[in-house]
Design a protein around this ligand. Structure first.
Ligand SMILES: [Zn+2]
Length: 143
């Protein structure tokens, strides 16, 4: 439901988001090389209004795309100062291009974490039937 909303201006990726994406895409999976090449030309708009660091990503149309889509097979676990998990980092790909960087939280909204705060592993929830963009799904449902 974007009717009546002002579209925010896409901005070049901030350094923290760029570093996080490169940390995620340092893993080897199908399409990772193309997605890495997209990071430097991507722009971002806020992907959520709750105060978290979630970003919607835009990539110019002339950048090489991948044949993969949906959730990247690598997800991050954000670890708090006491070593306990406080949230997750998920990357979504649509149309072969970077689409959304989701920063989920078990508690208060999380900003984009530094790569040092994140441990990486296989995306756990991304089964065949998983909704492609769970954050917006949840947000819409909450209204
Ligand atoms: Zn949020």
């Amino acid at each position: 439901m974007t009717v009546g909303k002002t579209q925010p201006t896409p901005r070049p990726l901030a350094e923290d988001a760029r570093a996080l994406l490169h940390a995620l895409l340092a893993h080897d999976f199908p399409g990772a090389a193309e997605l890495r090449a997209q990071v430097d030309r991507a722009t971002a708009t806020p992907g959520c209004s709750c105060g978290c660091g979630t970003l919607d990503l835009q990539v110019p149309g002339d950048v090489p795309t991948t044949s993969s889509g949906g959730a990247a097979p690598v997800e991050g676990t954000v670890v708090g100062p006491d070593g306990r998990p406080v949230g997750n980092v998920l990357l979504f790909v649509e149309g072969g291009a970077l689409s959304r960087l989701d920063i989920t939280s078990h508690g208060d909204p999380l900003p984009v974490p530094a790569p040092e705060q994140v441990t990486w592993g296989r995306t756990a929830w991304a089964g065949r039937d998983t909704v492609r963009r769970p954050a917006s799904f949840r947000r819409d449902r909450a209204r």
